[in-house]
Design a protein around this ligand. Structure first.
Ligand code: SAH
Ligand code: SF4
Length: 395
């Protein structure tokens, strides 16, 4: 893998791709576009960047030649680099995306982004942070040392990169290698987004909500709020603000039905115990039977998978418009956990099903390329370790 491109270049021109309207307006201001013109110019740029996926200012024919030249002098429409791409047998794709370094110390954060095609939808699983400061014991991301928030721009860029890779902007060609990308009347390759990659989205609240504003803007990327799901391990004070600011769907990583166990699996539970979490869910703005909260429950062998716990789960969620998603645990190297046996999962799922919750087991996707839920962990650390070894060898 090429490591040289991760060197900070102070002369590099910033990219406009991924910016909010306010940020674009500031960028225009910085190159002398007068205040009164900015709104209109932002509208034009917006359509080119987010509707057309423009990669060059030359394409922007309704923007004057002079302004196009000025923009090109100061900015780019570059996307972050895809440094590795993997395709699973089931059509799941994983991209390792390297963000340009922000300063001389930064070697370029790397994040993984996963695309999961189904017949009627395509879901992009995106990250909100590099790594995660929380330390859920069953999660690979939580073992990563390097942590920082992603900017709204970097969050939006993940969708732009996915659309590029899937040939989804007007005039681009679709990759034709597998026939697994959903297509047809009104079906976009990426129709849904889940914040289930790396990081705790509610610990990066402002950038996540700004990014959602860009992703759902009808003049551009145009995703429906109802098709964006923010998954949280339970940052209680930020749950209502998320509903107010973003209006997206909510998923809660519950994973246990009593505080003693949840304290171990999701240490954040010590701060925000189950009762407080469920109370915040009951008050989630916009909650209704048509807009249910998804409760995620990872199936850990001998840990949280008994029939009694299934019944307790149903009891706990009583009165909350909910969906339950049972996730087979995805093992990673060095983990102390195992996935529950299939029969155990079926018994658990039957209890949940008989209580009125439909088809709750999530089929693991992309396991062969380590792209499944909770397995994402940036390559950066491994690369660094390798680079250090190489240096030691030279010495
Ligand atoms: N930090 C957020 C979102 C990212 S994790 C959160 O915790 O909700 C997305 C989902 O994957 C969460 O439900 C998480 O608990 C689950 N997960 C983490 N590690 C997993 C693993 N090894 N196997 C299956 N699911 C896992
Ligand atoms: Fe962070 Fe979510 Fe993993 Fe917990 S499960 S460590 S909150 S990414």
């Amino acid at each position: 893998m090429d490591m040289t491109s991760a060197i900070f270049d102070p002369a590099a021109k910033p990219s406009l791709v991924g910016l909010t309207r306010a940020q674009l307006s500031d960028a225009l201001g910085a190159v002398g576009v007068p205040e009164r013109e900015r709104r209109m110019r932002v509208g034009q740029l917006w359509h080119w960047i987010y509707f057309h996926g423009a990669t060059s200012f030359d394409a922007m024919l309704n923007v004057s030649k002079v302004l196009r030249a000025k923009l090109a002098e100061h900015f780019t429409l570059a996307r972050p680099q895809v440094v590795a791409a993997q395709l699973s047998q089931d059509g799941t794709r994983k991209w390792l995306i390297r963000m340009p370094p922000v300063d001389a110390k930064d070697k370029g954060a790397e994040i993984e982004c996963v695309y999961i095609p189904e017949s009627d939808r395509g879901t992009l699983c995106i990250s909100s942070q590099v790594g995660c400061t929380l330390t859920c014991t069953f999660c690979h991301t939580g073992t990563q040392k390097l942590v920082r928030n992603l900017s709204a721009q970097e969050i939006v860029q993940q969708l732009v990169v996915a659309r590029d890779m899937l040939g989804d902007f007007p005039g681009q060609t679709r990759p034709d290698d597998d026939g697994l990308i959903p297509s047809g009347e009104g079906v976009r390759p990426v129709s849904n987004i889940v914040f289930m990659g790396m990081g705790e989205p509610l610990y990066n609240f402002d950038d996540v909500t700004d990014a959602i504003g860009v992703l759902t803007d009808g003049d551009g990327l145009s995703l429906s709020k109802r098709r964006i799901t923010v998954s949280t391990s339970g940052v209680v004070p930020q749950i209502a603000p998320l509903g107010d600011a973003a209006g997206t769907m909510l998923a809660i990583s519950l994973h246990a039905t009593n505080d003693e166990l949840r304290n171990k699996l999701v240490p954040l539970n010590k701060k925000y115990p189950i009762a407080d979490l469920l109370e915040a869910c009951r008050n989630y703005p916009g909650l209704s039977n048509a807009r249910r909260i998804t409760f995620e429950y990872v199936m850990l062998k001998g840990v949280n998978d008994s029939p009694a716990e299934a019944r307790q789960l149903v009891r706990l969620l009583k009165g909350i418009p909910a969906k339950i998603n049972l996730i087979p645990f995805n093992p990673w190297p060095g983990t102390q956990y195992e996935c529950s046996d299939w029969e155990t999962i079926e018994t658990f799922s039957d209890i949940v099903f008989n209580a009125g919750y439909a088809s709750p087991v999530r089929t693991p996707r992309g396991r062969d390329i380590l792209a499944a839920c909770g397995q994402l962990k940036s390559e950066t650390e491994k690369l660094r370790a390798r680079a250090r070894l190489a240096l030691d060898d030279e010495a």
